[in-house]
Design a protein around this ligand. Structure first.
Ligand SMILES: CC(C)CCC[C@@H](C)[C@H]1CC[C@H]2[C@@H]3CC=C4C[C@@H](O)CC[C@]4(C)[C@H]3CC[C@]12C
Length: 851
């Protein structure tokens, strides 16, 4: 997997990059400092440098003249890392124009306007490796890994990319100041003037007065204008936008007065240091707290600096460098503490805040209206399309036997035959990352079409009724804390290369379930395994197993703001419900491994969860390495599958969201009659939900022919069209009321940490439900949680020290090490938990005291 370099460590190695700077070329603005590299980072990766050229020409207040000359277009072939096979590269034609990097398969495709992906280079973290001619761009949503063929090409591209990044940045600044100026004029000129401005900009054409005749005479035009006439929403939108306009002028005025008040008081380095320390970024080696813990661990800000985040001149006492030259993402983490402001400024700031909220509310309402209108249009368009198209090919296909391998899933679901997708033979069998392209040799339109069909099918399919009431709690004792103020940058950058599971974070970032409990969440839809066990046909059975494998990812939908607690070594969790009983245990600390086992009448389920992290600057990828296992009682089938990559996009900002991508292969170790491939499609376009969260799968027979196809969205449901009765085979349960106030938990998740009186005496004291810090967080006592968590972690460290003094290894209590059919190390149950629980009962046994 790491053949192509280690992104996490890439950032760490900036300093070493400089030390070994090639005499031939050094990026002009690369941030690197020879004093800052640790021997560790030097060892881990060499040669990667993060380019922070963006700060070079960003001038405070926009006074300095920006060079607004558009840099020349740069185009040509580069190698681009393939999506799934991390190893492979393919040749792609790239065009860099006006700060936007686009790519296509070939130059001809560019001419035909067939673009496969595009990225705004000014928004990306850019890292280069001059030895291997590699250029990585991480824009948070999109990640490109590119490679030039020669040193010359590499040099040209890097130089051009830098020029375009600066250009785009300056352009944005220019537009921004232009907008402000325009707003000033607007405020002076009043509403009438503004309308004049709009019409002179040609915008009046967009509004159709109720009595006006439609501008064109085609049927479509008539429909659209009829629709526009019916719809009063656009008017409301226009009004809302006018309001917004006024508010923006007001904002502009407020900002100006704030600037006047604070003139000459731009941040000094002293301010910056203060802000940084408030945000838990440390400038000096932090002193150890009593418990020995420091948020973000004991690295220094100079590490961040070494990562290209801050230049040393910003921090040196002699320099008066001002904040605006610090890259945006640092700003986003560093907000001016109100304590340093004068009362007048404070008042203005509050006003700014409330006007901003109004603007936000207006824009939200406009957005909502427009989304509704778009939906209406889309429905109208779809209705039109369905009307015109022939019978869905899926229906005819299934009556004529299984579809052929070369049919793409998209074609299958889509009636139109002009949509072409790559054959599934092009789909690699490796999961991995991670660029703007998609899997099946970058299929086009078709994916969106599958999703639409799936969505259209949902209302007619009566599945996914509200979960049966379990008589258990449906909410938590206390709502989740707001954690938007916690500076994540320092924590993440200071823990680069570490497993996220081992990084201790402030309690405000935690959710009151831990990773052992999250493992149990993968069983929320275990009824799919019951159905599989009751399905005689092996291919159909596989469809249900696949649906189960996908359903395990659904809980991630609303869960990107908080991190599960890290279990301590030896911590356990049990859960009995819906006919299964589940146990999990933290079996290893380094690397962290959580093992679990569930058994029911119809199935057994087990896995040990471990993963690697890759941090690319804006996104964090989680690459699980363990396999999931299911055995069905009736048939003795033993299914085994891998997990896909989970990416936390924009991990440092509040725009964070999760995406799963990669390919899952399900094998039945008892028989090779049938296998299943599931692709979690990587979303192609930023902000578009066209193919967001899309999943496609096929069940193949021994000869590789496709027997079943299914598709849908991992957060919304899966539809299988090739079953005797085409149907929705899985749909997530509806979320409980006010779920956003409660960490985005599902009803299932709410119940996990519930401690009922009947259960308490039966649990071993190592059970997560008895863990005091997690309980405190659940009750909303965040500060107390922090203290308790410190204590528990410290106790764990002490136990480890003692063990290693005695030269002993930790021995898990309920799991044992074994090897699977492929010779991989796995942790499986030692079958003692439930026996001991029953007899003599944990209260009569000697148990480890973990807290
Ligand atoms: C910095 C903090 C606040 C960001 C939040 C991090 C959260 C979203 C991260 C931390 C650990 C992550 C989990 C780690 C491991 C897995 C197993 C994988 O097979 C599915 C995703 C899943 C379940 C991850 C989901 C996202 C996750 C919960």
């Amino acid at each position: 997997m790491d053949a192509c370099g280690s992104p996490l460590n890439r950032s760490q190695s900036l300093a070493s990059g400089l030390e070994k700077a090639s005499p031939t070329w050094k990026p002009p603005h690369s941030r690197s400092s020879s004093t800052l590299s640790s021997p560790h980072s030097r060892q881990l990766i060499k040669d990667w440098e993060v380019i922070d050229d963006l700060q070079a020409e960003v001038h405070p207040g926009g006074e300095s003249p920006h060079d607004m000359t558009t840099p020349g277009i740069c185009e040509g072939y580069l190698l681009k890392r393939r999506k799934w096979p991390l190893k492979g590269w393919h040749k792609r034609y790239f065009v860099l124009e006006a700060g936007i990097l686009r790519y296509s398969k070939s130059q001809q495709d560019v001419l035909r306007g067939r673009v496969q992906g595009s990225l705004d280079v000014s928004h990306a973290v850019m890292a280069v490796n001059k030895k291997s001619y590699r250029i990585d761009l991480d824009a948070g949503d999109i990640l490109y890994h590119m490679k030039a063929k020669s040193h010359e090409l590499f040099y040209i591209w890097v130089t051009k990319l830098q020029a375009h990044r600066l250009y785009k940045r300056n352009e944005a600044a220019h537009i921004h100041s232009g907008l402000l100026t325009a707003l000033c004029h607007c405020a002076a000129g009043g509403l009438a003037d503004r309308n004049g401005d709009l019409s002179s900009a040609g915008l009046t054409d967009l509004t159709v007065a109720p009595g006006d005749p439609p501008s064109g005479n085609t049927a479509v035009n008539k429909k659209v204008s009829a629709w526009l006439q019916q719809s009063h929403q656009p008017d409301a939108c226009a009004q809302e936008l006018n309001r917004c306009h006024l508010d923006l002028s007001e904002l502009n005025r407020l900002i100006k007065s704030l600037q006047t008040l604070e003139v000459g008081q731009a941040f000094t380095n002293g301010d910056l240091k203060r802000i940084i320390s408030i945000q838990n970024l440390s400038l000096e080696k932090p002193k150890k707290s009593k418990s020995g813990k420091i948020w973000g661990h004991s690295r220094t800000l100079s590490r961040v600096e070494a990562l290209g985040m801050l230049s040393s001149s910003h921090l040196s006492n002699s320099s008066h460098a001002s904040v605006p030259s610090i890259p945006d993402y640092v700003y986003s983490q560093l907000s001016l503490p109100t304590a340093t402001l004068s009362p007048d400024s404070k008042k203005i700031q509050q006003d700014i805040c409330s006007v901003s909220m109004r603007v936000l509310a207006s824009l939200k309402s406009v957005h909502e209206t427009l989304s509704q209108e778009r939906q209406k249009l889309q429905e109208a368009w779809e209705a039109n399309n369905t009307h015109q198209s022939a019978e869905p090919s899926g229906v005819s296909n299934s009556s004529q036997g299984p579809p052929s391998v070369t049919d793409s899933a998209a074609e299958y679901f889509d009636a139109s035959d002009d949509i072409l997708c790559g054959s599934s033979s092009e789909v690699s069998d490796e999961s991995g990352l991670s660029d703007g392209s998609t899997t099946n040799s970058e299929p086009e339109q078709g994916h969106v079409s599958v999703t639409r069909k799936y969505r259209a099918s949902i209302p007619t399919v009566p599945v996914g009724a509200a979960p049966k009431s379990t008589g258990r709690r449906t909410t938590l004792p206390s709502p989740c804390p707001d954690n938007s103020h916690v500076g994540l940058m320092a924590i993440l950058y200071n823990n680069i290369g570490k497993d996220l599971a081992r990084v201790s974070m402030p309690a405000a970032l935690n959710e009151p379930v831990n990773l052992l409990q999250r493992l149990c969440e993968e069983l929320e839809y275990s009824e799919l395994l019951d159905t599989a066990n009751n399905t005689a046909d092996p291919y159909q059975r596989m469809v249900y197993i696949a649906a189960f494998a996908i359903s395990g990812y659904a809980s991630a939908t609303f869960r990107n703001r908080y991190k599960p607690f890290n279990p301590v070594l030896g911590e356990t969790f049990e859960c009995t419900r819906d006919g299964f009983r589940f146990i999990s245990e933290q079996v290893c600390h380094h690397p962290p491994i959580s093992a679990c086992h569930a058994e029911a009448d119809h199935f057994a389920f087990w896995q040990d969860q471990r993963w690697k992290n890759k941090f690319w600057g804006k996104s964090l990828e989680i690459l699980p390495t363990g396999m999931v296992n299911v055995v069905l009682t009736r048939f003795g089938d033993h299914y085994e599958w891998n997990k896909v990559v989970t990416c936390i996009h924009n991990v440092l900002s509040q725009q964070r969201y999760l995406e799963h991508y990669g390919e899952v292969t399900i094998r039945n170790l008892k028989s090779n009659a049938c296998t299943c491939k599931i692709t979690f499609v990587k979303s192609r376009y930023w902000g578009s939900d066209g193919n967001k969260n899309e999943v496609q799968g096929t069940v193949l027979d021994q000869s590789g022919s496709i027997i079943h196809r299914f598709g849908g969205l991992w957060h919304e449901g899966i539809f299988c069209d090739t079953l005797p009765t085409p149907k929705c085979i899985w749909k997530p349960n509806p979320q409980p009321k006010d779920y956003l106030l409660y960490y985005g938990f599902s009803t299932f998740a709410m119940e996990l940490n519930e401690l009922t009186p009947d259960l308490e005496p039966l649990l071993p004291p190592t059970d997560t439900r008895l863990r005091p810090d997690q309980r405190m967080l659940e009750e909303g006592k965040v500060d107390e949680t922090d203290k308790k968590k410190d204590e528990i972690e410290e106790r764990q460290r002490e136990r480890r020290k003692e063990l290693s003094k005695m030269g002993k290894d930790h021995v898990p209590r309920f799991f044992k090490k074994s090897t699977d059919s492929c010779g991989r190390d796995v942790w499986i149950t030692n079958e003692t938990y439930w026996k001991l629980r029953e007899n003599p009962g944990f209260s009569r046994l000697e148990n480890p005291q973990l807290w």
